[in-house]
Design a protein around this ligand. Structure first.
Ligand code: SF4
Length: 187
């Protein structure tokens, strides 16, 4: 599976301390994309068993409470992502996924095995002019779908706390800032 980065603990993208997985590759070129370096379809291929073992170890060792999957476009690798999620599901009951596709578009794609293994889906493409600096939504055309029992209450409480934050990680080539960035701040 092509993976751009795995970071933890992150607090800016969902309730509690979480594991963040960024999938490499996206066919869109949204103006103002927060992760343009993850658009290229070229990237490191990680064997699924290695990736799954690494994620499980991080969850167990750090007591992480959730997983957030972003990109890039996760649904371009839906088959491998579904396999990964089946491995991680027994270790995590809170999985949030961001996709640029709408839920209606996903119905015409082979993504059911991903959707049945996540709790919350944030869908829709990023539109720079509609960035309102919201928690979890890069732009206000995006919709938060609660797919499992209890996820709505948990995430609404998190959103209502309104603790906008950014997690920063030192990387070999600079700093990676994780979170929903108000457009002007990002620029
Ligand atoms: S869909 Fe997401 S990752 Fe892809 S270009 Fe748009 S903002 Fe960037």
């Amino acid at each position: 599976m092509r993976i751009g980065r795995v970071l933890y603990p992150i607090k800016a993208l969902g309730p509690g301390e979480r594991l963040g997985i960024w999938v490499q590759g996206c066919e869109r070129s949204c103006e103002g994309c927060a992760n343009p370096e993850l658009q290229s379809m070229e990237g490191k291929e990680m064997p699924l068993p290695v990736l799954a073992a690494m994620c499980k170890a991080a969850i167990e060792d750090y007591g992480l409470k959730g997983i957030t999957i972003s990109g890039g476009e996760p649904m371009l690798q839906a088959g491998e992502l579904a396999e990964l999620l089946k491995e991680l599901r027994p270790h995590c009951d809170d999985i949030l996924l961001f996709t640029g596709y709408t839920r209606d578009e996903l119905k015409r794609m082979d993504t059911d095995s991903v959707l049945e293994n996540i709790d919350v889906l944030v869908d829709g493409v990023y539109i720079k002019e509609r960035n309102r600096g919201e928690i979890l939504r890069g732009s206000d055309n995006q919709v938060i779908h609660f797919l499992t029992d209890g996820s709505r209450e948990k995430y609404e409480a998190y959103i209502n706390e309104n603790k906008k934050t950014v997690d920063e990680f030192i990387a070999p080539d600079g700093v990676v800032a994780v979170g929903i960035h108000p457009g002007e701040t990002f620029q």
